[in-house]
Design a protein around this ligand. Structure first.
Ligand code: NAP
Length: 299
């Protein structure tokens, strides 16, 4: 099957923080987009932007030759694909964008194989802003023959596509590697901020100390701004960061590599969620407290 941009019918399943702008940008690029979301209210704005909405996953994929999944995790992707299975046609391309990890993409690949779908593993780098501005980085692995089909889709949502390999699953491995680094940056800035405050150091002095030098990382600077302004509207929630940290831990365990920093990072996110920040941005790692600190504050 060859599919040009002009007659590509795309079903986007999942219109959360990432899925909504992805659907909108695909539509704005001239593709014929139908979107579905479990909570219909979250997809309503898309209708005003011109995106067609479907009442069920099966309705969304009925006429699609490309299905894009942007859902929480592998379990959600499989649940939604099973709900769509009766109208998924053999040969349909499945572009899997959600972060599902190494084991998750292998389960999705089995589903794709058994339903004769052409899987392109395509997790993305970039948060809400880059998704809205079509500036994502797409990490992709899939058959060479499918690259012409998905190229226009990736151009519509991102600034760069990195083709990792022909075998779906390799891109999800790279995504897990990058996520382990993202976690380190986030907790690094959150812990330094906590230490600064505990030592009576002004956060502006800390910010100035690293500003403009080799220690400044733009991503970490955004998280430091969030902490200094106490603005934790989510680009990526603590709950999703817990999910991604588990995927890092699982991949490391299966590969036999020791990542104690990643394990500690998972604990920080869990502690932040336990103190009521699960729906906040991952910068809310800042709020993580050990039982010891919490009881100190109480006394
Ligand atoms: P989100 O805003 O929390 O949206 C999650 C989506 O998954 C929603 O559409 C939600 O539906 C749906 N969902 C969850 N469980 C479901 C289930 N069992 N059945 C059906 N739908 C289900 O998350 P997001 O930030 O858009 O992230 C989506 C994916 O992209 C995740 O895998 C995430 O790790 C990845 N990602 C996110 C970012 C980021 O910065 N946000 C960056 C790169 C990759 P409801 O609306 O009904 O809850």
């Amino acid at each position: 099957m060859t599919t040009s941009k002009a007659h590509t019918a795309v079903a986007v399943l999942g219109t959360g923080t990432m899925g909504a702008p992805i659907a909108r940008n695909l539509h704005n690029a001239g593709l014929d987009v139908t979107a579905w979301n479990r909570s219909a209210a979250k997809a309503a704005q898309l209708s005003e932007d011109g995106v067609a909405l479907a009442d069920s996953p099966a309705d969304a994929v009925r006429d699609a030759n490309v299905v894009v999944t942007v859902l929480k995790d592998a379990d959600a992707v499989l649940e939604v694909l099973r709900a769509a299975a009766q109208t998924l046609r053999p040969g349909t391309m499945l572009v899997q964008i959600s972060t599902v990890g190494v084991e998750g993409i292998s389960r999705i690949a089995k589903f794709a194989w058994s339903h004769q779908l052409r899987l392109v593993d395509a997790p993305v780098l970039g948060t809400k802003g880059p998704a809205e501005n079509a500036q994502l980085v797409v990490l992709a692995s899939g058959a060479e023959s499918d690259r012409d089909v998905v190229g226009p889709l990736f151009d519509a949502i991102g600034k760069k596509t990195i083709w990792v390999d022909c075998k779906p699953g390799e891109a999800s491995k790279l995504k897990v590697v990058v996520n382990s680094f993202i976690s380190t940056l986030t907790h690094g800035i959150a812990e330094a901020a906590r230490l600064a405050e505990a030592l009576g150091i002004d956060l502006e002095d800390f910010q100035n100390a690293i500003h403009g030098g080799p220690l400044e990382a733009p991503f970490a600077s955004i998280k430091l701004d969030a902490i200094m302004n106490q603005q934790f509207a989510p680009s990526f929630t603590v709950e999703n960061a817990i999910k991604d940290s588990r995927l890092v831990a699982e991949a490391a365990g299966n590969a036999g590599v020791w990542l104690p920093v990643a394990d500690a990072g998972l604990e920080r996110y869990r502690a932040a969620a336990a103190s009521g920040h699960g729906g906040d941005d991952m910068a809310a790692s800042y709020f993580a407290e050990s039982g010891l600190e919490a009881s100190d504050h109480a006394s």
